[in-house]
Write a protein that binds this ligand. Structure first.
Ligand code: PA5
Length: 446
């Protein structure tokens, strides 16, 4: 269960102001619940946890089992933005930190990602790996037309066809895309790939609980049913029209702080497994809120490591920051700090303490120092890092994002700004239809 604690903001805001923002959040909540706001044709994510049929997970498990039967030990997941970050976040959070280096038989294939950049080195190095391994691929693109994954897929498809034969390739490639439209859909139909559908009413960054996230997470060997249960619990908790609804609390406070000059929100975690939670969250909030000249700028850090890089700025730099700390209450592993009779390092005051106790005190000490330095702290806690809690966290952040976007008075479900770079790139690369824009750009860069 995800819990929100706003105690670390109390010295920055007045109670009456917070109440006013809770009222704003309740109104935004009504708009979201009544589906009467901008982008209301993209609200399919709201009931995914309670309405996703079990059979979808079973279908993904069937692919997992069939690829296991072929001895597949490497799955390349191709996608970008919302078609990549949710799965990457979950798999990073749930995997052993040294899974790749550990010896011994692996129960699940290694999952690697492609199509989220246009680096030639990256794709060549991925090919080096594929040559050593027994490979299958999942290509994910809702629109089916995004350049980065399309380029990567063309190359990976050719490699799989050449290596395993065209017929076998059709069993080693699965597509996740729109039900009817897009180049990926028609290509998949023609090549006979198994396909999963991303429904029209779910936008990319809200799609982690669709096959976009479900298939890679299942292939990686994790318990998607538990993740859905955790998300469903938060679907219920975040459906309450109440000032205690955690999504309302979070949305209200971050907007109040924003209107009081805290223009940047830093998502903080104290466990490196959650680094990609920050990446997923930044996309969710950045793409949903950063428009019409408005929006909190989302940033992320991983402490304690980044206390030795970004810590100085956060403590002492321009005072435009708020922090949202994702606290994990329990570690799933246990180790205490050993006593050393010589105590040459002077660390015997820590003897017998759990490492996580030091981490917790670093978290508390940092919180107090940052509050003293003028950085309000919002706290979001989960019991531990597992499928259930991650599912809850995903849903909580999505619901709060919808509410928060409506408080800000933007359409949280579109992303018109993403098109600008694409048009320039197409023009510069000579895509048919972009001749006029190409000419104008060439004039500018002469
Ligand atoms: O949230 C979004 O809509 C975007 O980030 C998309 O997920 C991203 O651009 C990839 O799009 P597509 O899945 O159509 O390839």
């Amino acid at each position: 269960m995800v819990k929100v604690n706003l105690g670390g903001c109390s010295s920055f805001v007045k109670d009456a102001d917070y109440k006013e923002y809770v009222d704003k959040a309740l109104s935004a909540f009504d708009v979201l619940e009544n589906e009467s706001g901008a982008g209301n044709d993209f609200l399919g994510w709201k009931h995914l946890p309670s309405q996703t049929p079990e059979s979808l997970i079973s279908d993904c498990e069937a692919i997992r089992d069939s690829w296991k039967g072929k001895g597949v030990d490497l799955v390349v997941v191709i996608g970008i933005g919302g078609s990549y970050l949710g799965a990457k976040c979950a798999i990073e959070a749930l995997s052993h930190s040294f899974a790749k280096q550990l010896s011994g038989k692996k129960d699940a294939p290694e999952i690697v990602f492609a199509g989220h950049n246009l680096s030639e080195e990256y794709i060549c190095e991925l090919m080096d790996l594929m040559k050593e391994r027994n490979t299958a691929a999942v290509v994910i693109s809702k629109s089916g037309t995004t350049t980065e994954p399309a380029v990567a897929f063309r190359l990976i498809k050719q490699y799989i066809e050449t290596t395993y034969g065209k017929e076998e390739a059709s069993e080693r490639i699965v597509a996740v895309t729109d039900a009817k439209r897009g180049a990926l859909k028609s290509l998949s139909t023609q090549e006979g790939y198994k396909t999963f559908v991303i429904e029209d009413n779910v936008g990319g960054r809200f799609s982690v609980l669709t096959p976009v996230g479900i298939l890679p997470i299942v292939l990686a060997g994790f318990d998607m049913r538990a993740m859905m249960r955790g998300a469903e619990e938060m679907e219920k908790a975040c459906a309450e029209r109440s000032a205690e609804n955690p999504a309302i609390e979070y949305a209200a406070m971050r907007n109040l702080l924003y209107d009081n000059g805290k223009k940047v929100e830093i998502l903080v975690s104290y466990n490196p497994k959650l680094q990609y939670l920050g990446e997923w969250w930044k996309q969710l909030y950045g793409e949903s809120e950063g428009k019409d000249g408005k929006g909190i700028f989302p940033a992320s850090v991983s402490f304690t490591t980044d206390l030795h890089s970004m810590g100085q700025y956060i403590q002492d730099g321009e005072r435009m920051l708020m922090e949202t700390v994702v606290t994990v209450e329990k570690s799933s592993r246990s180790m205490t700090i050993a006593d050393d009779p010589q105590n040459l390092d002077g660390l015997n005051f820590l003897s017998g303490k759990h490492i996580e106790e030091c981490n917790a005190m670093a978290e508390l000490g940092t919180k107090l120092a940052h509050i003293d330095g003028g950085v309000p702290q919002l706290s979001i806690s989960i019991e531990k890092i597992d499928e259930f809690n991650l599912g809850g966290l995903f849903y909580f952040f999505e619901k709060a994002c919808g509410i928060s976007g409506y408080i800000l008075d933007v359409n949280p479900f579109n992303q018109p700004g993403v098109e600008a770079y694409k048009k320039n790139m197409f023009a510069l690369l000579g895509k048919p239809g972009y001749e006029e824009q190409a000419k104008a750009l060439q004039e500018r860069i002469k």
